[in-house]
Design a protein around this ligand. Structure first.
Ligand code: AMP
Length: 122
């Protein structure tokens, strides 16, 4: 799948649309989800043009991947989520209902999140 330069996160990265930023470095931007599913719900995105987790894992440089996952840890620490716990999640493609075609990790926290998969979901 080709990268869509006009997806909403590309526009946020270009500064065309505002975001509630919580973290930024040379490779990473993180901001609060506009429709939070939990008391804390942050999206962490690479600045590079990657469609999904699959695209990022295949094409990003080692430095981008390392900086990205170090940033996720830093963000969770900064948000006070390490002691109570948190969940990170990436949706890839149709079956996962990925809505925005720019790779992002969701960071959920701020309440008991329950078990990840209910027995009925298997
Ligand atoms: P996904 O289904 O994994 O692609 O999730 C996309 C997420 O992006 C959803 O949780 C949306 O609420 C969120 N979202 C969409 N537009 C914006 C925006 N302008 N600012 C912040 N979050 C957004």
């Amino acid at each position: 799948m080709a990268y869509d330069e006009n997806n909403i996160f590309a526009r946020i990265l270009r500064g065309e649309i505002p975001c509630d930023k919580v973290f930024e470095n040379e490779h990473v931007l993180a901001f609060r989800d506009i429709n939070p599913q939990t008391p804390t719900h942050v999206l962490v995105i690479p600045k590079g043009a990657y469609v999904s987790s699959d695209d990022f894992a295949e094409k990003a440089s080692d430095a981008e991947i390392a900086v990205f996952f170090r940033a996720v840890g830093q963000i969770a620490r900064d948000l006070g989520l390490v002691a109570p716990g948190y969940r990170i999640l990436a949706n890839h493609g149709r079956d996962a209902h990925q809505e925005v075609p720019h790779f992002h990790l969701h960071v959920f926290g701020g309440k008991d999140l329950g078990r990840m998969i209910k027995p009925a979901d298997k």
